[in-house]
Design a protein. Structure first.
Length: 199
């Protein structure tokens, strides 16, 4: 691999890494919860949220660098040379990398726009409802993660989670799940909560 190819590849890899870090605060916890992976350690991923703008700038900068390197290589000496298979592969990877980086950066907004955080309802003989005040939600994907964590609990009949105001209205079967279980579920995915006073 030539030095020019190596620089383009490293630029693309750095862009993808920074984009993954930029989306880790919201997208990764949701993915893990959706796969059934749980635990308090997931909440540590939300600590990356304040650094999201830095990771976005790094991802776009690295992607711009890789694109610039590719453009420089395409302006090589004027000849009637055919584009080699390696050149096509490198450009295809750069295009796919562009789509992946932009998709990862936009993922919190995309998830928030397409996800149904309204409810997961089922018939029940006896249910109660609690309003939880949820802390730490910073983007539209956060409420999806909270909703998924709550509805994964056996006994939760419905969970409506809103970003503004940051709360979850949960209908549950008190014989199968407690309010403490609900609070623990949101806290374990990085969003501490507490029952709303006077609700």
């Amino acid at each position: 691999m030539s030095d020019e190819n190596r620089k383009t590849t490293w630029g693309l890899a750095a862009a993808l890494g920074a984009a993954v870090a930029a989306s880790a605060c919201c997208t990764l916890p949701l993915l893990l919860v959706a796969l059934g992976v749980g635990g308090a350690w997931i909440g540590t991923l939300t600590a990356l949220e304040p650094y999201r703008p830095v990771f976005i700038v790094l991802a776009l900068g690295a992607l711009g660098y890789a694109g610039y390197r590719e453009w420089r290589m395409s302006r090589g000496p004027d000849c009637d040379c055919e584009v080699s298979m390696q050149d096509r592969l490198r450009r295809t990877l750069l295009g796919l990398g562009l789509v992946a980086v932009l998709g990862l950066i936009a993922s919190p907004w995309i998830i928030g726009a397409v996800a149904d955080t309204g409810s997961v309802a089922a018939a029940s003989t006896q249910t109660e409802q609690v309003v939880l005040e949820v802390e730490g939600m910073t983007c539209a994907a956060c409420n999806v993660t909270v909703q998924k964590a709550l509805t994964n609990l056996d006994g939760v009949k419905e969970a409506r989670v809103t970003f503004t105001p940051p709360q979850a209205v949960v209908t549950y079967d008190p014989s199968r799940v407690t309010v403490d279980d609900l609070v623990r579920a949101t806290t374990n995915v990085g969003y501490p909560s507490k029952p709303k006073q006077g609700a």
